[in-house]
Unconditional design. Sequence first.
Length: 437
Amino acid sequence: MNPGPRGFPPLLCGPKPRILTKLDDGPTVGVSVSVPYFRFVPVFSFVSMIWLGLGVDKIQVFLRELQRPFVGREEEARLVVLTLLAREHAVLIGEPGVAKSAIVRRAADLLNARFFKYLLTRFTEPAELFGPLDIKALEDGRYVRLTRGKLPEADIAFLDEVFKANSAILNALNSILQERIVYDGYSEIRTPLWSLFGASNEVPDEPEVEAFYDRFLVRHFVRPLPEDMWGDLLDRAWELERAMYFGDFDGKPVMSITDLKTYHERVLNVRFDAVKQKLVKVFAVLESRGIHLSDRRKGKALKLIAANAVLEGRDEVIEKDLLVLKYVAAKDWDELEKVNAVLADELKTPYKYLRELEEIKINVRETKNYVISLEHIESRYIDLRFKQMLRDLEITKDRVIAMMLESGDPNVERAANEVIELIEETAERIRRRLRGE
């Protein structure tokens, strides 16, 4: 790749027309942004439609209400819903302050579920999670924990810094993730836990923790909000501050745990016949690329795939549903890139186009920033580079239009139009500079 002279975007300095599409590299797809800010409901909201009896599917309402308050958190919201539909556990990997706990708490509120949240450290003791011992019972020779308000009585739980717990806590949590049982001294405490969500700033690398990490079927890597969304972030942050002070925050339940159980039963009745061979092939390709899934993960992945079908209103899996394997197969950020590349190559879905469009959008945004930084500097060399950039943008625009026509998919069309708008805005800036305006 031509790195270009200092001060110019490397992707736009070479003469090759493919520079904006970056077809050779696998972009980071399936990683979303996370922002802990909320938007608030108008008097006549989407939820109101349900109470008016308009017959909207509850799980779709749940998804919409879950993602509605957040900026750029559509994928995280969908991931949480899929995890709940599958009755599985998920871990969110990302820096602090990206709404990992906020979206899980909102999910619990919308389900009217019992929620437990705790920050783990290596000094965390069992009583903090599972409740203190009953002193009166001990005097009578009985070993009993007071579990009220603690993890053993929660429907949904969120454990922050989950991999920093000591070995005693990790062993106890391991049995909860596997069996939903707390083995406590001389007793077993069966829990109603539906899903446990963990969070961490990093992927664990200690051998004793890696086994615990593998118990989370769903793994999602969260990135902060990109610069072009900071304006929305500020607007939403101000709304949050006002709502917290005036008590204006909305979070009425739209479903119940009983409803969730009904949807989960639908998940378990989904048919896989149409994609079984394709799924086996995808597993094989992943293995050949050095991405190993244990037998347990291969089997449990079916639940997440089926959950995606149910979320989209189907009782049979299609190839598109296999895209959720990106949440199952990747162990870290590097593997995520490889998994996304495999899925893009193997599946006949709009995903391949969306993947490329996202990469083009990132590169055009980078180009725009460079143009802005240089447009007031008078230089013949800069004018020459701007002319080259303008030609590259026109070539890229033609490619985006071709992708939109090839796919025939409304989601691809929507994404392509966004990219075209950004290209035209950037090109117009360059034209104004070249005209001397």
